[in-house]
Design a protein around this ligand. Structure first.
Ligand code: KIV
Ligand code: NA
Length: 264
């Protein structure tokens, strides 16, 4: 049985071969990703992608645990990281530890991820000092879009750069083993990557980050309109649409089930 990639192994990839990361929420897709990726994120994006919620705000710890369990079962080699959902960690380091320990204990994942920069550093330290590996997430942080004024690419104004760099420095200093850098202008992503000692994993960031992550359903073409930073490596949505249309026609015309599909 092959051993899983660890937080320490990810941390050691700073400046090396880029870390390959993707999201997955289910066992079968986790198995497909596991064959090629270093890290699988059970992102709270599952609220929108899987459950049809308007944002990640309504995602619960129970939802993350259920999907985390499925992804851990479906994979065997990649490191599995589970997102801490909105409201499960912001109140206090103690609240964060209680919920993160539940997520790790009930799923068997290798780490949790939480959003936020300098403000969350004491919480990240509290978790990492107590045995919970933490992945940071800075730049555009979807859980706080209500107070940030919507989904906006960060760092368009040079005055904000020192604050964003400090966010990443504090998250790394608190013990995070890697940091997702989301939705920032390319030169700011490069500045952050050059400044922090742990790997940066970019999404809508820069090809010079130490790794990349995308939402699997986005890159497979299973979701609707996607932003500029997504490349559609496949168009499975269109293929599924054709397959379902063919099935509907075959049923209506009594071409399905056919000879091969019935027990004689
Ligand atoms: O929830 C998610 O899928 C994420 C990634 C986009 C980084 O946080
Ligand atoms: Na997320």
């Amino acid at each position: 049985r092959v051993k899983r990639v660890t937080a320490l192994q990810i941390a050691e990839r700073k400046g090396g071969t880029p870390i390959v990361a993707l999201t997955a929420y289910t066992a079968p897709l986790a198995a497909l990703v596991d064959a090629h990726a270093d890290l699988i994120l059970v992102g709270d994006s599952l609220g929108m992608v899987i459950h049809g919620l308007p944002s990640t705000i309504g995602v619960t710890v129970e939802m993350m645990i259920l999907h985390g369990q499925a992804v851990v079962r479906g994979s065997g080699r990649a490191m599995v990281v589970v997102d801490m959902p909105f409201g499960s960690y912001e109140e206090s380091p103690e609240q964060a530890f209680r919920n993160a320990a539940r997520v790790m204990g009930e799923t068997g994942c290798g780490a949790v991820k939480l959003e936020g920069g300098s403000r969350m550093a004491p919480t990240i330290r509290f978790l990492t000092e107590r045995g919970i590996p933490v992945m940071g997430h800075v730049g555009l942080t979807p859980q706080t879009t209500h107070t940030m004024g919507g989904f906006k690419t960060q760092g368009r104004d040079a005055e904000s750069w020192p604050r964003h760099v400090q966010d990443a420095v504090d998250v790394a200093g608190a013990g995070a083993f890697a940091i997702v850098v989301e939705g920032v202008v390319e030169p700011l992503a490069d500045r952050i990557t050059e400044t922090v000692a742990v790997p940066t994993i970019g999404i809508g960031a820069s090809a010079r980050c130490d790794g990349q992550i995308l939402v699997l359903d986005d890159m497979l073409g299973l979701t609707g309109r996607v932003p500029r930073f997504v490349r559609r490596f496949a168009d499975l949505g269109a293929q599924a649409d054709r397959a379902i249309a063919d099935y509907a026609a075959a049923v209506r015309e009594r071409r399905f089930p056919g000879e091969d599909n019935v027990y004689r």
